[in-house]
Design a protein around this ligand. Sequence first.
Ligand code: FCB
Length: 496
Amino acid sequence: MSILTRRHLLRRAALSAAATPVGAVLGTTALATTATGLGGCQPTDQADDTATASDPATRRSFPPDFGWGAATSAYQIEGAAKEDGRGESIWDTFSHTPGRIRNGDTGDVAADHYQRYAEDLDLMRDLGLRSYRFSISWPRIQPDGTGAANRRGLDFYRRLVDGLHERGIAPMATLFHWDLPQSLQDTGGWENRDVAQRFADYATIVFDALGDRVPVWLTINEPKTVVQNGYLSGHHAPGRQDPDAAYLVAHHLQLAHGLAVRALRATGGTSRIGPAFNLHPCYPGDDTAAAAAAARLYDGYENRLYLDSALTGNYPADVLADLGSDSRMVRGIRDDDLDIISSPIDLLAVQYYTPIYVTASGGTAHRWPTSEADWQQIYPDGMYDTLTRVTRDYGPIPLTVTENGLPTPDVLGADGTVADDGRVTYLRDHLRAAHRAIAEGVPLESFHVWSLLDNFEWAEGYEQRWGLIYVDYPTQRRVFKRSAHWYRQVIADNAV
Ligand code: FCB
């Protein structure tokens, strides 16, 4: 498993140390733009900074019922860490551990959404959202991760869901966005196979309470990030650096996903359900066969490990071989597990932020400008490649983009405006790339900007601002950024 000790540390802080500027690898030669397993790149969709949806020459109209949305997650916005019987999560523990989070920030207050949800619902309505993706905090529902439901926790989400319906916004709820009850971590967390069953029990409580009021459920947000950041680099909760544990955790997260899908079917409900994967197109960093082979294996760890198991019922053979038959993951796979993991789903949620360029030695390289998040390269064609790849390789399963966005250095001006023009350009270019995929037959039904509001960005605390809506943390005042005004117009036009 030598590969695991130096690989898969892409996310966030870890990348900056590992990456080599691609120019150093390539000189002036253009980079090979064939993505491994992605079937090749299309020409770059040139940005035109002056174009608006009303320019007939550049206007791209979306399907009539397209689900324009925005996304958040519980720990990142809710605050109210001790309210109404909420238990502790691993992110409470982690953020309160000195040295873990930039500036010592925690999610104790965050954007105070738990108290201000009604105001936030009105902002969503003003934005014109048709879909809102949020997550449910497991420790609000089961403070210790097992046993009876905490009614006050469920009531919060009932109020939220009712408020969405009242405003004509479709709720899309993620069951797990990383805030595992600390009591379950104390029993081994996701290394403990039993936690997958606990997750299905929790999911059943939530399905019973909210049922068909939530038309789309997402099981687990970005299992890969839990694996890579929580158990390889260790800069997310629970802060481990243990490659052998990491991939056992991957298997248990996939198992938990499958068990939750079955739990929903068992309720007889009519809602749809699927997983939420962050997919990274993996391109060779140069035109050598070694780089192509390295990119292919990288793609296995980044994408196929999750896609293949959920959609085809197999783990990719190259990844299993690389892990080795003595790895805890391979030893942990039981007879029916892959049948459970590949229980039929209704849709697949895709989150796209960045491509990865893989060098011949298996390292990573930068080719495109980064945002304030140093792991993120801005490459809209990667959105097109990702969406078309999923359809080509896995068939016409309905897709939703549940996260796409970037952090920008937003400042609330004296005139009360926030000029986040970089976010407008980014979103427009990524939406155009998504539109191109739809035009070529990709069944993409909705798109959610990350994020609705500025929020607690995990190890980066509050320093990075990802929202369409600015949050002035000392006062909790919300202000539409320029991108929010722009997005409202995109939604009204149904075009970009
Ligand atoms: C994704 C996470 C989300 C947010 C964005 C920037 O990986 O799902 O919570 O942190 O990145």
